[in-house]
Design a protein around this ligand. Structure first.
Ligand code: MG
Length: 242
């Protein structure tokens, strides 16, 4: 009887040992293989990016009525032409990685929200604020890198006005069901000058200057840049669809 019990326990032990892998190859995943992308060098786009602005022209943009955009392009730089209105990409986007570089005017003429204000609206609706937030106090959820009036940035990574700043934005679009009800919020991660300032922040709905965010169903939509009357400049804008 003792021998039988011993045999039984031994069998169970052997089984549990055999269920545990001893071969490191068992946990290796080889397929699919991530495709090779050649990284950009010194501020150029990677090989699989959709280039929105490379310093040459505004062909990728229109005004909000669909007419050619009339902001200023000079010396490889795109600058807001105050009073001409926002511009938006001809192409529509959903989930994406967006890279853009921006610069607030070196000559400081105002303060708060009036200083170097522009903005990048993801899917035309969700603003990641662009503002000269270098020693320029305003409401926290309205400073540079905020999801405007929804999420303040984790830190203030701004550099002095007149210097180029970089946003790398990872955006997951909201999902809606066939009845137009939101089933998943949009999420955004923002890296500002190499510093994470939004870490998978939930976007509650549309950016509203007054009142609460809204959540009407929509599909892919343009990237919009804001004319807030300040001479904010842009360069090197590209997107990778995700
Ligand atoms: Mg703005």
């Amino acid at each position: 009887m003792k021998n039988l019990i011993f045999l039984f326990v031994a069998l169970i032990l052997m089984q549990s040992v055999s269920a545990q892998t001893t071969d490191p190859k068992d946990t290796e995943v080889w397929e699919p293989e991530p495709k090779v992308v050649t990284p950009g060098k010194m501020n150029t786009a990677p090989s699989d990016a959709i280039v929105i602005f490379d310093g040459k022209n505004l062909d990728a943009f229109t005004d909000l009525s669909g007419n050619p955009a009339s902001w200023t392009v000079a010396d490889g730089v795109l600058t807001v032409k105050p009073g001409t209105g926002d511009i938006q990409t001809r192409q529509y986007f959903g989930d994406m990685q967006l890279h853009l570089e921006w610069r607030s005017p070196k000559v400081v003429e105002s303060e708060g929200q009036g200083r170097g204000n522009s903005g990048v609206f993801l899917q035309s609706r969700y603003e990641v604020q662009i503002l000269d937030s270098y020693r320029n106090r305003t409401y926290s959820n309205g400073q540079a890198g905020s999801v405007y009036k929804q999420h303040m940035p984790l830190v203030n990574a701004s550099v002095a006005p007149g210097e180029w700043e970089v946003y790398d934005i990872i955006f997951r679009a909201p999902r809606f069901n066939k009845d137009g009800i939101k089933t998943s919020s949009a999420y955004v991660t923002v890296i500002h000058n190499g510093v994470v300032i939004q870490n998978h922040s939930e976007i509650k709905g549309t950016t509203e200057y007054i009142g609460m965010p809204k959540n009407e169903a929509h599909g892919k939509a343009p990237i919009k840049l804001q004319d807030h009357s300040n001479l904010v400049s842009y360069r090197n804008i590209w997107v990778r669809e995700l």
